[in-house]
Design a binder for this molecule. Structure first.
Ligand SMILES: [Zn+2]
Length: 81
């Protein structure tokens, strides 16, 4: 069984293994093609340690950029005219 979130209906669905249409093994992740019980479409879910690490690094970089932008804004506000 898999727990997926349908990107169309945004609902969480418990999916039996027989609804997994195919599994692709990639160097960085495994792609599961799952027939969705909510909307009937096939969604792709990627999983794997390296895939999660890459996503975490990307999220960290985005957070760093946001923090840097916030610091720059605060610095500009703090500079007397
Ligand atoms: Zn769906």
């Amino acid at each position: 069984m898999l727990l997926i979130t349908c990107p169309v209906t945004r609902s969480d669905e418990l999916v039996p293994d027989r609804r997994i249409r195919s599994v692709d093994n990639h160097p960085t992740h495994i792609a599961l093609h799952v027939e969705c019980p909510a909307c009937g479409a096939v969604h792709v879910y990627r999983t794997g340690r390296r895939w999660e690490q890459a996503r975490t690094r990307a999220a960290d970089r985005a957070a760093d950029r946001a923090a840097a932008a916030g610091t720059a804004r605060a610095a500009r506000v703090g500079v007397p005219a």
